[in-house]
Unconditional design. Structure first.
Length: 123
């Protein structure tokens, strides 16, 4: 259950909620809607309706947000890291000795393991 106001952060129900029916996500800015429903700042590139990342005014596809710090790489940095997935950024697989990025619902295992687990193959 979400509590509006009451001294909680957005993640725990504080602040305004999206005005779309059955949406419990936080509203962004003065729009009254969450990012998924068109709230907050939008990318400034022509015909792009994606939300802008950070103070750049652009979505990650158009160069907005934090970028990978590896030389000659312009991909988006992932998570709390300064690197893209290809350069080791973001969540990594939790399997011993695996250096691949994590995928799947729990974001702890890489894609080939996750596909095998879902299909029942190789287990």
């Amino acid at each position: 259950m979400f509590k509006q106001g009451g001294g909680c952060c957005k993640a725990h129900g504080g602040g305004k909620r999206c005005q779309e029916k059955d949406c419990k996500t936080s509203a962004e800015g003065a729009t009254g809607k969450c990012k998924a429903h068109g709230g907050g700042k939008r990318c400034q590139e022509k015909d792009c309706k994606t939300s802008a990342e950070g103070a750049t005014g652009k979505c990650s596809s158009h160069g907005g947000g934090k970028r990978c710090q590896e030389k000659d790489c312009n991909n988006s940095a992932r998570g709390a890291t300064d690197k893209c997935i290809a350069h080791g950024g973001g969540k990594r697989c939790q399997e011993k000795d695996c250096k691949k990025s994590a995928e799947g619902a729990n974001r702890q295992v890489h894609s080939s393991w996750w596909r095998q687990a879902l299909s029942g193959e190789g287990l």
